[in-house]
Ligand binder design. Structure first.
Ligand SMILES: N[C@@H](CCC(=O)N[C@@H](CS)C(=O)NCC(=O)O)C(=O)O
Length: 196
């Protein structure tokens, strides 16, 4: 489903965030819910040469990789009325034009699992994306994040705020990929500070 199809008739839309959107949606919404999507794992495998990096030193941001056994926790935001078009126009620039992400509709399950899933729009960077960097060790990814910055800020902020969100809002979720990268990045930062 293309965003313009959604705008055409929709008066309400859920938008699922799993990276910077969980702590910085920056668009108006009616309500939000913490929850998850199934069939995807979150990985720091997408390059970013705008928000958190540049062409010489691209940062690393998250995308979703298909995995039938995995689920990814984040936040779904419900936009209604004029918020639908406003949010999609904003996200098209932030996510697609500047970030290389494309849209996809998935089932979103609210965290308490008490209600049936709702359809949600999300932004995903697929492996054919020119900015796709792919797998690397937590140490390599952590080091890259510790030294990169872009027009929106430091790549480290992007990592630490996502880790903070998961600890506060999804304490039951053990995201070893995220937390191993966080530990590696903080180790690099401690060495850099000690070397000063
Ligand atoms: N699409 C994911 C990832 C979004 C994301 O991290 N996008 C980057 C674009 S490369 C962004 O918006 N960065 C803004 C920032 O880093 O503050 C989400 O739903 O959260």
């Amino acid at each position: 489903m293309k965003p313009q199809d959604i705008i055409a008739g929709k008066t309400s839309l859920w938008i699922f965030g799993y990276g910077s959107l969980v702590w910085k949606p920056d668009f108006k919404y009616k309500r939000s819910k913490v929850g998850y999507i199934q069939g995807y794992k979150r990985r720091f495998w997408h390059g970013d040469n705008f928000h958190r990096g540049n062409d010489e030193l691209p940062g690393r941001v998250v995308t979703l990789i298909e995995d039938d056994d995995a689920s990814t926790w984040g936040v779904a935001f419900e936009v209604t009325g004029s918020q639908v078009e406003e949010s999609l126009k904003y996200l098209n620039v932030r996510e697609t034009v500047c970030g290389g992400y494309k849209t996809k509709m998935v089932d979103f399950f609210a965290g308490d699992g008490s209600q049936p899933p709702v359809q949600a729009l999300l932004y995903i960077a697929t492996t054919d994306n020119p900015l796709y960097l792919g797998p690397a060790s937590p140490e390599e990814i952590g080091t890259q994040i510790a030294i990169c910055r872009g027009k929106t800020g430091h790549n480290l902020e992007y990592l630490l705020r996502l880790a903070e969100f998961m600890r506060k809002s999804c304490p039951q979720v053990e995201d070893s990929h995220l937390f191993s990268i966080e530990a590696a990045a903080l180790t690099v930062v401690s060495y850099l500070l000690a070397a000063q």
